[in-house]
Design a protein around this ligand. Structure first.
Ligand code: PMP
Length: 420
């Protein structure tokens, strides 16, 4: 779009994102899938490769020290961003999915046994559902699903009623990737802890929208992906409380994880976080991720929140008088940049195709959360997901294109499997 009207953040923010400039730039509203990258992130990655590329934690030459220094500084930035007490509570992973798998494998297999229970919420992304399903199948435990209320949040009293001595682990999203609603993860954590259960919070959709303080939250584990918070793909984070990480065996084993190894004596592993980062890590990714977080901090989380509120509010207002548009859940309550909607009589893929034909990129379908969509009785939704560079003018454009959507190639009977 050539004409830019800001939400709350200055219009100049858009100038920071090369992919969004120029006459053919999309109206990019698929930010919950991945965000575009600001110049500072692209430059940080390029600068790392231009000036400091080397392997980390191993070499003793100057370049290796410089690379290690940048990697560890990135870790410190993540710790500061999350409110972690110590940088060594931050493990770099490949993405959120890698983080949840790590905890399911390493922690789950230790604390969950036959007849125990693992509680997930009814709105989980497959990446925070399947690792727990598999764990339960492997150890003979029961997967219990905490109900979600009509507005799209975990029902706290119902959740509390599920707690008991057999519950060993709770895993829940901070923010729903389908509806943008915020789960009461603080209360859920306190309740789970009262019963001695560990808690993992999936913050993949939270960190770009909410100020997160893991120490205040009290969760045992918190994870997110770099690419959803203006950083590169291929790098993610697992925060784990220091006392917990100190006690855990490694996940994958290999280079970088050992202090002492022989062919037959017991292996001595290095402490966390390196114990969980076997092999050469994604150093440039970590450096880029830290640059993305710094970018967000420079904008200021209060301004980012206000921008979300403005865009989500404008989107809800814009579709309010479109009779056939139904907003799912209650995204206006605590706006996190997502508005999911259905258009009566038109399959979500048709709506998505129509929007795309008008230069608007959205995600349609089940958003890797088909169990949640099934519980809502929907074949999918059309998800508008906003970021710091989106504008009120873009919301207006979406409204007028939505108003002209008509049924097309897809029918409500089409299977969703193709677009999981
Ligand atoms: N959890 C949630 C809530 C998500 O939205 C996503 C990404 N859509 C994931 C987990 C998985 O993230 P990644 O693909 O980066 O591992």
């Amino acid at each position: 779009m050539s004409q830019v009207h800001p939400g709350v953040l200055p219009a100049a923010v858009r100038e920071d994102f090369p992919l969004l400039l120029g006459a053919d730039a999309p109206v990019y509203l698929d930010n919950a899938a991945t965000t575009q990258k600001p110049r500072v992130v692209i430059d940080a990655v390029a600068d790392y490769y231009r000036t400091a590329n080397s392997n980390v934690g191993r070499g003793h030459h100057r370049l290796a020290m410089a690379a290690t220094d940048r990697y560890e500084r990135a870790r410190a930035t993540v710790a500061r961003f999350l409110g972690a007490r110590h940088a060594d509570e931050v493990v770099f992973t490949a993405n959120t999915t890698d983080s949840t798998n790590l905890v399911a494998d390493v922690v789950g297999r230790r604390v969950v046994g036959r007849g125990d229970r693992v509680v997930v919420s009814g709105l989980e992304h497959n990446s925070n559902l399947l690792p727990w399903r598999r764990l339960c199948e492997q150890v003979g435990a029961e997967l219990v699903v905490a109900p979600v209320d009509a507005d799209g949040r975990v029902d706290l009293p119902a959740f509390a009623a599920l707690m008991g001595p057999r519950v060993r682990l709770v895993a829940a999203a901070h923010v729903s990737n389908v509806l943008g609603t915020v789960n009461p993860v603080g209360e859920m954590t306190a309740e789970a802890h009262r019963h001695g259960a560990l808690v993992l919070v999936d913050g993949a959709q939270a960190v770009a929208h909410l100020p997160v303080d893991v120490t205040e939250l009290g969760a045992d584990f918190y994870c997110f992906s770099g690419h959803k918070v203006y950083g590169p793909m291929g790098v993610g984070v697992l925060y784990g409380r220091r006392e917990l990480l100190a006690d855990l065996p490694p996940y994958r084993v290999g280079g970088g994880t050992v202090k002492g190894v022989s062919h037959h004596e017991p292996v001595r592993y290095v402490p966390a976080p390196a114990r969980f980062e076997a092999g050469t890590p994604n150093v440039a990714g970590a450096v880029g991720l830290a640059a993305g977080l710094e970018y967000l901090l420079d904008l200021g989380m209060p301004a980012v929140r206000a921008h979300d509120e403005s865009l989500v509010g404008a989107a809800l207002e814009a579709v309010a008088d479109l009779d056939d548009v139904v907003v799912v859940g209650d995204p206006g309550a605590t706006p996190c940049g997502i508005v999911s909607l259905s258009v009566r009589g038109i399959h979500p893929y048709d709506v998505g195709g129509h929007l795309d034909a008008h230069g608007i990129a959205v995600r349609c379908g089940v958003h890797c959360a088909s169990t949640f969509l099934d519980s809502l009785g929907l074949v999918g939704t059309v998800r508008l997901s906003f970021a710091v560079y989106n504008t009120l003018a873009e919301v207006d454009h979406v409204r007028s294109v939505l108003a002209s959507a008509r049924p097309g190639a897809w029918t409500a009977e089409h299977p969703t499997e193709r677009f999981l």
